[in-house]
Ligand binder design. Structure first.
Ligand SMILES: [Fe+2]
Length: 392
């Protein structure tokens, strides 16, 4: 082989190595999903495989090109400085109520951030594609529509089967009413099983997360709040959509704090007491009192006739009187892994409003306008198995 030939082969190998070593844009490992949708904004949450600096670009969903106009950009910051890492929670603000938007995520990898005065970035670019159809909430909308599942307990296929027929345009939001996973030893596993089964739906349809008792278990339970966002920053909050006001409540763990299952780590009595004080004020909020329909979303229902373990009875004794006094129209729950319907004030029940406990294998569809509130429960085959209608 001639020297010229050897040099030619060597130069080819060097070129290939340089191409392969070329830093790439960050890749999205989980998400994105939409949290804390309000009348004027929403939060985009996702995880990148590489430590990255990212921002969200937003445009009206009006058919115009995202590229030919300068679009507003939203950053994740801490006290004035943009944050780079693998978990991303970016708040988009300044939007109009009841309006459809598109967004895309632009990012670049931090190749070397060891030197405080010289971070080495990889190439920057669009890492999410263009995601359309996200709509802000609107208190004056004529109706409210959502679907709900609960107690999936890590059954990826069951969750995806129940949601595959849902169309983003038919939903204002999607409710996950607790125990979507059984414990959180790995936050990555929780992301996979919570946002993976309905990945395409949840990148444009906002998800409302109601914490279940199981999601406070496991080594990485303290990372769970980082996957979500809410108006209060807590797992309990109130929001409006159209004629409906929603109270999202968190019963915490289901057994006494002293229970052996918690190995001395539970402090839920104090947590629930603080939440109760918040609830007493929340139900006085004009946004709540002015709603045509008032709906409570809570994983553990306020019923005392079906296995009322410690927390469930505590909720009956403490939370239920507040909800009764606040004119709540309906409670939607899970936890019992079977369908239960509880009429108001029947058979000694103390609830002034109906309670629907959804099973762990069915989906609940909700629709309300000024005069009617309809709930349908459908099974895995899409067959309607329960229906309830209320009128005012
Ligand atoms: Fe549960």
């Amino acid at each position: 082989m001639t020297t010229k030939r050897i040099l030619f082969i060597l130069s080819g190998l060097i070129a290939c190595t340089l191409v392969l070593a070329q830093p790439k844009r960050p890749s999205i490992q989980y998400g994105p999903w939409i949290q804390n949708v309000t009348g004027d904004g929403f939060t985009v949450v996702f995880k990148t495989a590489e430590p990255s600096l990212a921002f969200v670009e937003v445009a009206p969903d009006d058919g115009s090109s995202m590229y030919n106009t300068e679009r507003p950009q939203f950053y994740q910051t801490v006290a004035g400085r943009r944050v780079h890492g693998t978990m991303h929670r970016i708040r988009v603000s300044g939007l109009q109520p009841g309006t459809a938007y598109r967004y895309r995520i632009i990012g670049k990898t931090a190749l070397d951030d060891s030197y405080a005065y010289g971070i080495v970035w990889g190439p920057e670019g669009n890492i999410s594609g263009e995601i359309s159809g996200i709509k802000t909430l609107d208190q004056s909308a004529p109706e409210c529509r959502f679907s709900m599942v609960n107690d999936m307990h890590g059954h990826f296929g069951r969750f995806s089967g129940l949601t595959k027929s849902l169309k983003p345009s038919d939903l204002d939001f999607f409710v996950m009413n607790g125990d979507i996973v059984s414990y959180v030893n790995s936050i990555d596993t929780m992301m996979k099983y919570t946002f993976g089964p309905a990945k395409d739906l949840l990148k444009s349809v906002p998800s409302i997360y109601v914490r279940g008792n199981h999601e406070s278990r496991g080594r990485e339970f303290d990372k769970v709040p980082g996957l979500f966002d809410s108006p209060t920053g807590q797992f309990y909050y109130m929001f409006r959509q159209g004629p409906c006001a929603f109270l999202v409540l968190d019963g915490g763990e289901d057994k006494p704090d002293s229970s052996g299952e918690y190995f001395g780590t539970a402090d839920f009595d104090a947590y629930r007491a603080a939440e109760l004080e918040w609830l007493k004020q929340a139900v006085k909020d004009p946004a709540f009192t002015s709603a045509r329909w008032r709906v409570a979303l809570i994983h553990i229902p306020t019923i005392s006739h079906v296995t009322p373990w410690y927390c469930q009875q505590w909720l009956c004794d403490n939370v239920l009187p507040v909800l009764n006094g606040a004119g709540v129209d309906l409670m939607l729950s899970g936890h019992h892994h079977r369908y239960i319907y509880v009429d108001p004030r029947q058979d000694g029940n103390q609830n002034d409003f109906p309670i629907i406990v959804n099973s762990n294998v069915d989906r609940l569809d909700f629709k309300a306008d000024d005069k009617h509130l309809d709930v349908k429960v459908v099974d895995a085959h899409g067959k309607e198995i329960h229906a309830h209608s209320y009128s005012k």
